[in-house]
Design a protein around this ligand. Structure first.
Ligand code: IPE
Ligand code: IPE
Ligand code: MG
Length: 244
């Protein structure tokens, strides 16, 4: 699959909704947390694949605002898995020149926030792939926060209401440091967005696959890129316009 990828037509930013951990574990007669634990391998694979290809930004949806409503034991298990994974992977991130950033993150337990801050600081000077973790993230929350901040800045006279355009909105979102994703991947056969990057994916190519997240490997990632490269992105224009 990797050989089919056109090197000069790579997306700059790929976003992934990593879904299906619970079902993967259940199929094997295990607890849901076992699925999350095995999802870490897939995270490693995709991060490595993206870094090797030279993709600039990889955003992974790791925990949604709505996921707080899951059973307490699962939430706690996920949080401690996060802390231990981040701690153990920081070295690998540095070895691979990967910079970690996070979006969302409201109401995270202090221990998780601390580990995240440490890893972000320790990888801040890396210049390769930027790995963005969406953690305790939801798009409606993000847009609401942006609206509140814009309103505050209008009130204080920092900006005028008339000057607000699409760029302004983008700049107030937590993703302002990166381009919109050209490609969004969701695993596990679910055909929905689940409150992820709704502003940013306005013109993203959507790719859904049946593979459950813990089974997702480099080749699955390459397959998504190849499919993306075969699509015609028209942005409202006609096919003829795009081709000429
Ligand atoms: C995705 O897998 C991981 C998180 C949401 C944290 P799920 O836990 O949603 O797995 P399924 O969808 O129940 O199989
Ligand atoms: C979306 O998956 C969130 C993450 C992958 C972290 P969910 O499994 O929580 O989504 P829904 O609730 O089934 O839509
Ligand atoms: Mg799910």
């Amino acid at each position: 699959m990797k050989d089919k990828i056109i090197k000069d037509k790579l997306p700059k930013h790929v976003a992934v909704i990593m879904d299906g951990n619970g079902r993967w574990a259940k199929q094997k007669g295990n607890m849901r947390l076992f699925g999350h634990q095995n999802g870490v391998k897939a995270v490693r694979e995709v991060t490595e694949a993206a870094a090797e290809l030279g993709i600039e930004y990889l955003t992974l949806y790791a925990f949604s605002t709505e996921n707080w409503n899951r059973p307490k034991a699962e939430v706690e298990g996920l949080m401690s898995l996060l802390v231990s994974t981040i701690a153990s992977e920081t070295k690998t991130l540095n070895n691979n020149n990967v910079r970690l950033r996070v979006i969302g993150c409201h109401n995270l337990p202090a221990s998780v926030q601390k580990k995240l801050d440490e890893c972000v600081a320790q990888t801040a000077s890396n210049t390769g792939l930027t790995l963005v973790l969406a953690l305790s993230y939801s798009s409606r929350w993000e847009i609401t926060e942006a609206a509140r901040q814009i309103a505050a800045d209008v009130k204080s006279g920092k900006i005028t209401a008339e000057s607000i355009d699409e760029n302004t909105v983008s700049q107030y979102l937590s993703t302002s440091f990166m381009p919109d994703p050209e490609l969004l991947i969701r695993t596990s056969g679910e055909l929905r967005i689940s409150n992820f990057l709704m502003w940013q994916i306005a013109y993203s190519e959507l790719y859904f696959c049946e593979t459950l997240w813990p089974d997702f490997r480099k080749d699955d990632f390459y397959r998504a890129i190849v499919e993306y490269q075969g699509r015609e992105r028209r942005f409202g224009k006609t096919s003829e316009q795009v081709r000429n």
